[in-house]
Design a protein around this ligand. Structure first.
Ligand code: ADP
Ligand code: ADP
Length: 224
C-alpha cells in the first residue's frame, strides 16, 4: 500500500497559518495535482509531505505509516523541483547516480538504474555532458532521472515545468503523464497552471488561502 493520507494538517509561521486543517487521501498509483494561486500553501504542503518542512499539527501517513518524525531520506519519496537543483560540475550520469552512491548502492546496480532511467527519458546521448550544456527540457529530464533511480513509492513534483518555454512545457506535460503510467507509482504534482492540472491529473485538489476548496476529477472540478 503506497497511498498517502493527510489528517488535520497545519503549518504556521509564527502566528500565521499558511496550511489550515488539510485532510486528504491519495490513492496508490494516483496522479494528483494541487492547483491554486501563488502563496496558497501548495509548496508548503508538498514540502511537509517530503519532510523538508516541519508540521505544526496533524499527521501524514505514507503507505500506512506515520512519517511525521521520519527524515526525508527514509520516506520512500523523491522530489523534483522547478529549478532542477542539478550539480553543475558533475556529468549528467553522476548527477543521476549521486544519491545512489551516497546510499552505497552497488556500482553495477547504480549503472543499471541510471541507464534504464536515461533510456526512459531519452537522454542516453547526454550522459557525459554537464548540465550547463543542456537545454531546459533536457535538464528537467535529468532531474526526473535523479528521482526515478531512487525507485520511490511517491513522486513529488513542485512546478517542474514552470522554467520551460511554452512549447517544451506542453511536450513535457505528456511525457510526465507517460512516465507516471510507466512507473505505476503515486505522483503528487503542484502547479499554479489550471491547464496543467486539467490535462495531467487523475484528481485535482484546489487550494486557496491554505485550505482545500475542492477535490475531484478534472470533469468534477471544472465542468460546472
Ligand atoms: P504556493 O506554493 O501555493 O505558492 P507556499 O506554500 O510557497 O505557496 O507559501 C504559502 C505561504 O506561506 C505564502 O504566504 C508564503 O509567503 C508563506 N511562507 C512560505 N515559507 C515561509 C517561511 N519559511 N516563513 C514564513 N512564511 C513562509
Ligand atoms: P515557491 O512558491 O516556489 O516556494 P517562494 O518564493 O514562495 O517560491 O519561496 C521560495 C522560498 O522562500 C521557499 O523555500 C519558501 O519556504 C521561502 N519563503 C517564502 N515566503 C517566505 C517568507 N514570507 N518568509 C520566509 N521565507 C519564505
Amino acid at each position: 500500500m503506497a497511498g498517502l493520507k493527510i489528517e488535520r494538517l497545519w503549518k504556521r509561521y509564527n502566528d500565521t497559518a499558511v496550511v489550515k486543517e488539510v485532510d486528504l487521501e491519495i490513492n496508490d498509483k494516483e496522479f494528483i495535482v494541487f492547483v491554486g494561486p501563488s502563496g496558497c500553501g501548495k509548496s508548503t504542503t508538498l514540502r511537509m509531505i517530503a519532510g523538508l518542512e516541519g508540521i505544526s499539527d496533524g499527521e501524514i501517513y505514507i503507505g500506512g505509516r506515520v512519517v511525521n518524525n521520519v527524515v526525508p531520506a527514509d520516506r520512500d519519496i523523491a522530489m523534483v523541483f522547478q529549478n532542477y537543483a542539478l550539480y553543475p560540475h558533475m556529468s549528467v550520469y553522476d548527477n543521476i547516480a549521486f544519491n545512489l552512491k551516497l546510499r552505497k548502492v552497488p556500482k553495477k546496480e547504480i549503472d543499471r538504474r541510471v541507464r534504464e532511467a536515461a533510456k526512459v527519458l531519452e537522454i542516453e546521448e547526454y550522459l557525459q555532458r554537464k548540465p550547463g550544456a543542456l537545454s531546459g527540457g533536457q535538464r528537467q529530464r535529468v532531474a526526473l532521472g535523479r528521482a526515478i533511480v531512487r525507485e520511490p513509492q511517491v513522486f513529488l513534483l513542485d512546478e517542474p515545468l514552470s522554467n520551460l518555454d511554452a512549447k517544451m512545457r506542453v511536450q513535457m506535460r505528456s511525457e510526465i503523464v507517460n512516465l507516471h503510467q510507466r512507473l505505476k507509482t503515486t505522483f503528487i504534482y503542484v502547479t499554479h497552471d489550471q491547464t496543467e492540472a486539467m490535462t495531467m491529473g487523475d484528481r485535482i485538489v484546489i487550494m486557496k488561502d491554505g485550505v482545500i476548496q475542492q477535490v475531484g476529477t478534472p470533469e468534477e472540478v471544472y465542468d460546472q
